[in-house]
Design a protein around this ligand. Structure first.
Ligand SMILES: [Zn+2]
Length: 573
């Protein structure tokens, strides 16, 4: 015990010296923090943060750079039991380390300070494995220790996710039909009301934005934001606290950086996973809830809306051992659902090491190593991917590729594994233009790009009240070799089953730019994107709009919804 304390003293002094040498803190600040430490106890780093000399994020970045290892956010890391068992619980607790991943003979371990050689040596001895350290913030490590090694004899309050039960049909009606909300509405009533309103509007995103007036709700539905009610000032704080508690977000530390958490809502006995992201603004926490429909995730590609040709080509690409597959849609158009369906499909292949970096992890997929990036804590997609590549992945999923630096790294990584990345482009031309504007050379693109998938989601027509409608000939120019007058379109006129909306559920529209010989050749010669696109069409690719019009003639969707969501660029932006 004494030996350990001495080692700990040395370590504290060493971190202080390192910070001083690097000019991150001054001698004065260091002295002040040491004094504070003598009075109030705790680690030196913590006291540097407490005295304001250092921000938690800066410390993490510093340590990460100092030791050349990546930082990781453990909040949503799913560690398999057999990996946890590699490190004795008592040791994990006392040294604040958590094993995360085991590959070949290397164990990846999260720790507060990877500069502590004695801990790494001890871990190597205990486990008989090579140790690859990652940095994690202390608070996150402590909370993860609580989650993975619950205290005996009592449930750990930090473990698991909170559940909000929205109630049975009767109560449900009572809560969202009472307009305006009655006086005595509690914060829980408000939260339930927003979830029920969201589900009723078929929206998967609830935004609660703080202002002087209170907390204003907005719902995102089919890519559009719709204004909702405002929570009065007196209930607002309670609502934010309730939401943070349910999602297991520590409200005290969220003043510094955005935080993510997960919870569940139960409606009609069905549990829906929800992610909560909280972001500090000058008026208070801004909250975004995203509701995942678990029922959608496991669905086959064709159930999501892919044509057989697109589904087959997607499967062919997923079977490849290298290259880049880019999936695109504007926000709220379901690319994450497709992403998870792809992961779900891939996980059945136990022979491949599949890893993801996500922001946030919306849905845990068993059998896949998912890591949440946390910008506030210095883990971005670029550094995360760099570190992840040391794990020899066969397939890497990235929930967001938005800067050239990351894209360039993706193309480097794609020589060794298949990278599936999500981007926000509206169509494949935009995506191609972006590839050209980043420093990915045309030859590399031509060699490694496997396909660009673009999608939209549109409401499905309710099958109980579907009727033929007069062909809006002025709206549709015809499709391929068919004239508009030869096509039949449908709409939903509204019935009890669909709440008079004429719509029930969603369907994806897809366009997949395939990398056949002709297209690759054009890309390799740095051809204008429109020419590449036209060649793909000539080779048989269906455009997003054609895919939608085809689905409209099958009575699945209303052609007006298709046209609205697939309008050419320039009309609506
Ligand atoms: Zn209906």
């Amino acid at each position: 015990m004494t030996g350990k304390r001495v080692a700990a003293e040395e370590e504290k002094k060493r971190i202080g010296d390192l910070l001083l040498e690097a000019g991150v803190v001054t001698q004065e600040q260091l002295d002040e923090a040491l004094e504070e430490k003598n009075v109030r106890g705790g680690r030196l780093c913590f006291n540097l943060i407490r005295t304001g000399a250092l921000k938690a994020d800066d410390l993490l970045t510093f340590l990460s750079e100092q030791f050349g290892v990546a930082a990781v956010n453990l909040d949503h890391f799913q560690v398999p039991r057999e990996v946890l068992e590699r490190v004795p619980e008592e040791y994990a607790r006392s040294e604040k380390v958590i094993p995360l991943h085991l590959l070949d003979n290397t164990l990846t371990v999260a720790m507060v300070d990877p500069g502590r050689g004695e801990v790494i040596e001890e871990l190597e001895r205990v486990t008989g494995l090579g140790i690859d350290p990652l940095i994690a913030p202390e608070a996150s490590l402590v909370s993860a220790l609580g989650k993975y090694y619950p205290a005996p004899g009592g449930a750990d309050p930090a473990a698991g996710e909170g559940v909000l039960v929205l109630g049975e049909e009767k109560e449900e009606k009572h809560i969202y039909l009472a307009t305006p909300p009655s006086e005595g509405y509690s914060s829980e009533d408000w939260l339930k009301r927003f979830f029920l309103q969201s589900i009723r509007r078929r929206s998967r995103e609830i935004h609660l934005e703080p202002s002087e007036l209170g907390l204003c709700a907005r719902f995102r539905s089919g890519g559009k934001m719709v204004k909702g009610e405002t929570v009065p000032g007196e209930v607002r704080k309670g609502l934010v606290n309730l939401a943070l508690t349910l999602a297991r977000i520590d409200g005290r530390s969220s003043a510094v950086s955005p935080m993510e958490g997960r919870m569940k809502v139960v409606v009609r006995k069905r549990g829906l996973p929800v992610t909560l992201s909280s972001f500090p603004t000058i008026h208070g926490e801004r909250l975004v809830f995203k509701i995942m429909d678990e029922g959608l995730v496991g669905r086959g590609f064709q159930e999501l809306g892919m044509s057989k040709a697109v589904a087959d080509e997607t499967r062919r690409i997923l079977g490849m051992t290298s290259g880049v597959f880019l999936m695109n849609s504007p926000p709220g158009h379901g690319k994450r659902t497709t992403f998870y369906s792809i992961l779900d499909q891939l996980r059945s292949e136990a022979s491949r090491n599949i890893m993801t970096l996500e922001h946030p992890v919306q849905y845990p997929v068993p059998g896949i190593s998912q890591t949440q990036v946390s910008f506030g804590q210095g883990v971005d997609f670029y550094h995360g991917l760099k570190s992840l590549m040391r794990q020899s992945p066969d397939v890497v999923g990235l929930s967001d590729i938005s800067d050239c630096r990351t894209l360039e790294l993706v193309f480097t990584a794609a020589r060794e594994c298949l990278v599936i990345g999500l981007c926000g482009f509206r169509d494949s031309r935009e995506a191609l233009e972006w590839l050209g504007s980043c420093r990915v050379n045309p030859k590399t693109q031509s060699d490694l790009l496997r396909g660009i998938l673009v999608q939209r989601v549109v409401p499905r027509i309710c099958s109980r009240c579907r009727e033929k409608q007069d062909t809006p000939a002025d709206l549709v120019e015809g499709i391929r070799d068919k004239n508009p007058e030869d096509l039949t379109f449908y709409t939903g006129v509204g019935c009890k089953a669909c709440g008079q909306t004429g719509r029930a559920g969603w369907l994806g529209l897809y366009e997949l730019l395939p990398m056949n010989f002709a297209v690759r050749d054009l890309i390799g010669r740095k051809t204008e994107t429109q020419i590449v696109y036209d060649e793909a069409l000539r080779q048989g690719m269906w455009s997003l709009q054609e895919d939608g019009i085809m689905k409209a003639t099958q009575g699945l969707v209303d052609v007006r919804d298709v046209l609205e969501s697939t309008r050419e660029r320039g009309l609506d932006d």
